[in-house]
Design a protein around this ligand. Structure first.
Ligand SMILES: Cc1ncc(COP(=O)(O)O)c(C=O)c1O
Length: 356
């Protein structure tokens, strides 16, 4: 007999394939990360912090929440900082749901939602995204029952890249006013789509965001929740006082002082690299899902051959099957030079697959 709850012992760990990834050896296009290092100002702020001999002191957050609120264009009481957006997701699910409740999670999507839902023993309902029609708004509306405590949607969604229309989000929020609606805006800086301005008129909306994907700081773990101040006060009852570490505070504060560094990267990825890659896929007649984020889910005829060829040349991408089991590759876009390199290697891979 286990000392733990039986459903927890039966679960498996959420363990993404991180082993062996090395930015000095690989072009990392497998985790939707920023592909270039952070600014010198962020590095210097971290070095200064270490040299200032404060590591023996517990973290203190100073004006960071206010600074993030200012960046997000909302009032400070609407923001809670978290240890990555993963923690925001976890806290929201724990705060909103109890065992046996229903949670609607349109699929396929980000694995963390399932992990948190399974820990709480929730009953998961999964309407399907499709490449042709995108977010299944009607299926989500139809799935809402008196037992639905939470609806999760990522905007844009991972791995599909699908953008969810603002009106669809607000329609769902209004259709289930006593149900929490988690809107994961992890890739907000790429898509620019947000409902942050609607959290007062729609107090069941809880938004999670992160400094992991655009700002290039997944290693220091900083995310934030935007919601009605009453919700933020409740969620703060769960978050620990030191869950966000001081490196995150220092790095993000410095990054926010120099937003142009991030904006420039976003412009290059979304304005040049992504259209370049989409045109390449179209020329090669490789199907892909329309994406509003910094990644594309593509379905070449021989995904294994392409993936292995890329890997042999130091480029890592993420194999992801769709709901029918068809294998695809989720590919992060980087800067222009990296995108040319990617295209060249895929072209070689296609030639190898064609000759086989
Ligand atoms: C949709 C989505 N939400 C959240 C996260 C987690 O981000 P963080 O590093 O802030 O925990 C990811 C990471 O892949 C993601 O794709």
């Amino acid at each position: 007999m286990s000392i733990f709850k039986s459903h927890i012992t039966r679960m498996s760990a959420y363990s993404p394939p991180l082993e062996g990834r090395d930015p000095h050896q690989h072009l990392l296009l497998d985790f939707n990360e920023r592909t270039l290092p952070v600014s010198e100002q962020v590095k210097q702020a971290l070095i200064n912090y270490i040299n200032d001999d404060r590591l023996q002191v517990y973290p203190s957050y100073g004006d960071l929440t206010g600074k993030i609120a200012n960046y997000a264009g909302v009032n400070e009481p609407r923001v809670m900082i978290t240890n990555g957006s993963d923690q925001g997701i976890d806290i929201i699910i724990r705060a909103a749901c109890t065992e046996g409740d229903e949670i609607i999670i349109p699929a396929p999507t980000f694995a963390m939602y399932y992990q948190c839902a399974n820990i709480e023993k929730l009953h998961i309902i999964e309407p399907d995204y499709t490449r042709e029609t995108g977010f299944p708004v009607n299926a989500v509306l139809d799935a809402i029952t008196a037992k639905t405590r939470l609806i999760v949607l990522a905007n844009p969604n991972n791995p599909t890249g699908t953008q969810v229309q603002r009106e669809d989000i607000l329609t769902i929020a209004r259709a289930a006013p006593d149900t929490a609606l988690l809107v994961d805006e992890c890739y907000f800086e790429y898509s620019r789509a947000t409902v942050a301005d609607a959290v007062i008129t729609h107090p069941n909306i809880l938004i999670t965001r992160t400094f992991s994907k655009t700002w290039g700081l997944p290693s220091i773990r900083l995310g934030y929740v935007i919601s009605h101040p009453d919700n933020i006060r409740t969620l703060l009852n769960i978050r620990g006082p030191y869950d966000v570490n001081q490196f995150a505070v220092v790095a993000v504060s410095a990054a926010l002082d120099h937003p142009e560094y991030t904006r420039q990267y976003v412009r290059e990825v979304m304005g040049v690299s992504k259209p370049l890659f989409e045109q390449f896929l179209e020329r090669q007649a490789i199907p892909f899902w329309p994406s509003a984020a910094n990644f594309i889910w593509a379905f070449p005829g021989n995904p294994e051959v392409i993936e292995q060829h890329l890997r042999r040349h130091g480029i890592l991408v993420r194999p992801k099957p769709d709901l029918t089991g068809r294998k695809g590759l989720r590919i992060t876009l980087g800067d222009i030079a990296q995108t040319h390199q990617l295209i060249e290697r895929i072209q070689e891979g296609l030639a190898i697959a064609g000759a086989a």
